[in-house]
Design a protein. Sequence first.
Length: 340
Amino acid sequence: MSEDPLLREPRSDARATDRRARTFGRKRRSREELMVPPAEFRSYYGRPVLKPPVWEWKVPAYLFTGGLAAGTSLLAAGADLTGRPRLRRVGRTGSMAALLASVYLLVADLGRPERFHHMLRVAKPTSPMSVGTWILSAFGPGMGVAAAAELLPAGLRRSLPGRLLRAAARPAGLSSAVVAPAVASYTAVLLSQTAVPAWHEAHAQLPFVFTGSAAASSGGFAMALVPVEEAGPARALAAFGAATELVAAKVLEKRLGLTAEAYTTGRAHRLRKWSERLTAAGLLGTLLGHRSRAVSVAAGTALFAGSALQRFGVFEAGVESTKDPKYVVVPQRRRAASRP
């Protein structure tokens, strides 16, 4: 039985009907999209996308003491070459004490001391942890010899071993000073190579923050312990480091976009805010109170404390950024959208 021609829709009318249906569908979808609320970044069964770092307070303390060891070794080398014995002594002994604290904190966080030794069995240029282990190994012996020469008892200074040790102190201290900039900055590279969003996204700024912080704390440490007449290099290093740290920290906040919220909210924000205040106060005291012993001590203490709070604030920002999926999802989507 043939179809009734009156019931058959002309071909042109059928095409028009399809166009109207598609237009209506698009308009309906547009209205539905406008009604959809902004997406919430949730993870599977409410779990974070990334696991928070299992590191404890020992790691940010290690970041701080490593920078302090590097900066004070530079001061000690400069003091040795320019004839400032008290600054040299404070720099060498302070650097060695900070280095020993760093090694203890690192090994304690690893849980098993032999793990540090195992890192020395191989050298992987692509691994920041491996490179950092070798940097510390290159830095430590020279500083140990230089510090031992400063702590040598007076009765042994004229003996043959004592004279040899004192003769080796300068080249040993200079060799450690050559490696010191790498010691001050490699921890920033180590953090930025992890998957933690607040650290990974700040890979371009963290080395400047950490290096400036190391210089500020080292200069402040020496300013607090050395008489003002010998503390000129310490004041210069402290002022340079404090200015670098303050500027780099602000640049970090401006350029990270969404991830900057991890640095500007919560506990990380409070720690870094106090760090900024103490560092700014220490910088002001360094520039204006260089002739006053009391002001030098106060300014040096403020810089020392501000540098420590900066490391703890950066660490806390990283931990918090792993708890919210948006810090992982949004940057990934932006990078994917920017690809050709």
